[in-house]
Design a binder for this molecule. Sequence first.
Ligand SMILES: Nc1ncnc2c1ncn2[C@@H]1O[C@H](COP(=O)(O)OP(=O)(O)OP(=O)(O)O)[C@@H](O)[C@H]1O
Ligand SMILES: [Mg+2]
Length: 164
Amino acid sequence: MAADGLAKGVEVTLPDAAATDRLGRWLGARLRAGDAVGLVGDLGAGKTSLVRGMAHGLGLDDPDAISSPTYLLVIEHAGPVRLLHADAYLPAKLQGFLADGGLEYLFEPAAVAVVEWADRICNLMPAKTLWVDVAVVPNGGRRAVLRPPAGGGFPWLANLPKMF
Ligand SMILES: Nc1ncnc2c1ncn2[C@@H]1O[C@H](COP(=O)(O)OP(=O)(O)OP(=O)(O)O)[C@@H](O)[C@H]1O
Ligand SMILES: [Mg+2]
């Protein structure tokens, strides 16, 4: 599990899709160049919705252009800070790319990197990754658990609302 060795997570309730968007915006407004976010969650959990919200929060030029990068490996979005949006649903493809120099490209200091299905390449994710685990709740909403790296970072998580 991606959470091995990581600090205790903070849990957030997301009753509907708008709440997922709000959490994404909240995160995007706080992320900085060089940050890496690893998204974990089943098919349809809300990972891409969360990235779209982050794109709004980051102030990207075209936040609604966010879509699933499954077959493109990494999609680059322009803005005040560039967003590199990757997907490890097919881990072998992304692993091959990352082994061929892609690690420096994806986790470059001047951009924010967000990886969907990041648990599938957890050994390649930076040690200082913020992990976000999204799960479907039986009533139809979602629950997200955010875990900062064990070594510290993302101090603003202390101000995370319990519900969005
Ligand atoms: N908190 C929520 N409550 C209910 N529905 C939600 C919530 N958050 C997102 N959704 C809905 O879940 C659906 C799937 O969202 P999304 O495509 O973002 O998931 P995903 O994890 O990226 O899926 P995939 O793994 O297939 O790419 C969308 O219809 C979205 O509106
Ligand atoms: Mg998706």
